[in-house]
Design a protein around this ligand. Structure first.
Ligand code: ADP
Length: 417
C-alpha cells in the first residue's frame, strides 16, 4: 500500500463500461468516465473527466472516438488512456477493483470474486438475463487486464435483503419461490444505502435509528422504505420492471394484461419483454422518455404529456403514502435523489404539494434553489418530517464497500498486466 494506490470502480452495461478511479490514502475520487457503444466501430467513444485538483486546478474533459470490439478491449483502452493522461504507473497502482453487479439473488453483502462467487452471479443471470451478463463481461475484462488484483462485486439487490417475507413474496404457489427463487429482490440498493447513510448524517442521528423513504427518481426509478437503516420494502420486484412509472418501463401492471397483450398481438416472450421494458413508461405514453420534455409538453397543454406527468407524480405519491404506513408513520425524512429527484424542483413540488394533509410541507425557495447537484433540506420549518435532496453517488458507495471487503492488509502485492 502506498500513497499512489488506486481503487477502480467499474459499472458495465451491455454496450458501455463506466469507470471511476479513487485514491485509497487519502480516500478521494479521481478521474471517471465511460466507454460507450462498445462494438460499434464508428461511434465507439471514450468520455472522461478529471476533478479540478487533478489537473492544475482547472479540471479537464475528454471525448475521444476509439474503437473497442468488446469489454476486454474497452478496459485495455481505458487503462492506456489513464496511463497516457493521468498516471503512467496506473496499471501498477490499482490495488482493487469494485464492480456493480445488478442481481445477486439472496446475497446480502458485497463479495470477493472467486470462481464460486462468479458462479453465483452466473446463476443469478437466469433471473436477470439482461442485467448480469454485462457485469460478468466487466469482471472478465478486469481479470484479464489487472491480473491478480482482488475484485469485489457489489450487488444492486443486496441492500434490500432485509425486507421481511411479507414484503418480498408474491402471492404465487410457494414452490415457485422454493424451486425457482421467484420473489421480489429490489434494485438501486447501492443508491438507497448511500442515501440513508447521508440522510442520517444530515439529521444528526445514527443510521440504526434513522427511518426514511428514499426516492431514487431517474430514467429508472424506485422508492424504498427504510427503518433503522434497514430496507423493509421497495418498489422494484423480481426485476426492475415493477413499481413506479419510468422512462421506458411500465411499472406496476396487472399480469393478466400481459397475457392478453401477448395473445392479442401475437408477441413472442422477447417482444413482450421489449414492449414492457423499452417501449412503455413515459416513452410509450408521451413519445419521450425524458421527463424534461414531458414537463415542457404538459406546460404547452399536450394531453399525452399531461397524462404521463400526472401518472409519474401520482405513483410516487402513492408509494410515499404506502411506505408512510409501512413505517407506522415514524418517518424522519423523505429523500429525493437521481436525475429527476436531484434536479426537478417542479416534480418535487408536484409530489409534495398535495401531501400537506399528511403534514409534509415544502419551503418553496429552498426547493427551487436545491438543484444541479446541491444537497439540502427543502422542508418548511412546520413540516412534520424533513424533505432532503441528496445527490446519489453509487460509485463512491461501491468504492467504500470494495475497500471494506478487501481490507487494507490484503491490498499489497497485487500486480497488473
Ligand atoms: P439513469 O441513471 O436511471 O439512467 P439518471 O438518474 O441519470 O437516470 O436520470 C436521468 C433522467 O433525469 C433523464 O431521463 C431526465 O428525464 C431526468 N432529468 C434530469 N434533469 C431533469 C430536470 N431538470 N427535470 C426533470 N427531469 C430531469
Amino acid at each position: 500500500m502506498s500513497a499512489s494506490s488506486k481503487l477502480l470502480v467499474l459499472n458495465a452495461g451491455s454496450s458501455s463500461l463506466k469507470f471511476k478511479v479513487f485514491g485509497v490514502q487519502p480516500f478521494a475520487a479521481g478521474i471517471g468516465g465511460m466507454f460507450d457503444r462498445i462494438g460499434d466501430a464508428i461511434n465507439c467513444t471514450l468520455k472522461a473527466s478529471a476533478p479540478a485538483d487533478l489537473d492544475g486546478g482547472k479540471g479537464r474533459k475528454w471525448e475521444i472516438k476509439i474503437p473497442a470490439k468488446d469489454h476486454v478491449e474497452a478496459m485495455q483502452r481505458i487503462l492506456d488512456f489513464i496511463k497516457g493522461n493521468v498516471s503512467s504507473a496506473f496499471a501498477r497502482e490499482v490495488v482493487a477493483v469494485g464492480h456493480r453487479v445488478v442481481h445477486g439473488l439472496e446475497i446480502s453483502q458485497p463479495v470477493l470474486l472467486t470462481d464460486k462467487t462468479i458462479g453465483k452471479i452466473r446463476e443469478a443471470a437466469v433471473l436477470a438475463p439482461l442485467h448480469n451478463p454485462p457485469g460478468l463481461q466487466g469482471i472478465d475484462a478486469a481479470e484479464k487486464v489487472f491480473k491478480g488484483v482482488p475484485q469485489v462485486a457489489v450487488f444492486d439487490t443486496a441492500f434490500h435483503q432485509t425486507m421481511p417475507s411479507q414484503a418480498f413474496m408474491y402471492g404465487l404457489p410457494y414452490e415457485l419461490y422454493e424451486k425457482h427463487k421467484i420473489r421480489r429482490y429490489g434494485f438501486h440498493g447501492t443508491s438507497h444505502k448511500y442515501l440513508v447513510e447521508q440522510a442520517a448524517g444530515m439529521l444528526g442521528k445514527p443510521v440504526s435509528e434513522t427511518n426514511v423513504i428514499t426516492c431514487h427518481l431517474g430514467n429508472g426509478s424506485s422508492i424504498a422504505a427504510i427503518r433503522g437503516g434497514l430496507c423493509i420494502d421497495t418498489t422494484m420486484g423480481m426485476t426492475p420492471l415493477e413499481g413506479l412509472l419510468m422512462g421506458t418501463r411500465c411499472g406496476d401492471l396487472d399480469p393478466a394484461a400481459v397475457l392478453f397483450i401477448q395473445k392479442q398481438l401475437n408477441l413472442s416472450v422477447q417482444d413482450t419483454d421489449t414492449l414492457l421494458n423499452k417501449k412503455s413508461g413515459l416513452l410509450g405514453l408521451t413519445g419521450s422518455n425524458d421527463l424534461r420534455a414531458v414537463i415542457e409538453g404538459a406546460q404547452r397543454g399536450e394531453p399525452r404529456a399531461e397524462l404521463g406527468l400526472a401518472m409519474f407524480v401520482y405513483r410516487v405519491q402513492k408509494y410515499i403514502g404506502a411506505y408512510w404506513a409501512a413505517l407506522g408513520g415514524k418517518v424522519d425524512a423523505v429523500v429525493f435523489s437521481a436525475g429527476i429527484g436531484e434536479n426537478s424542483s417542479v416534480i418535487r413540488g408536484l409530489v409534495i404539494g398535495p401531501l400537506k394533509g399528511m403534514g409534509l410541507e415544502l419551503d418553496v425557495a429552498a426547493n427551487d434553489a436545491t438543484v444541479g447537484g446541491r444537497c439540502g433540506d427543502i422542508a418548511a420549518p412546520t413540516s412534520r418530517c424533513r424533505l432532503l435532496v441528496i445527490p446519489t453517488d453509487e460509485e463512491l458507495c461501491i468504492a467504500e464497500q470494495t475497500l471494506q471487503v478487501v481490507g487494507f492488509q490484503n491490498l499489497t502485492g497485487a500486480t497488473a498486466a
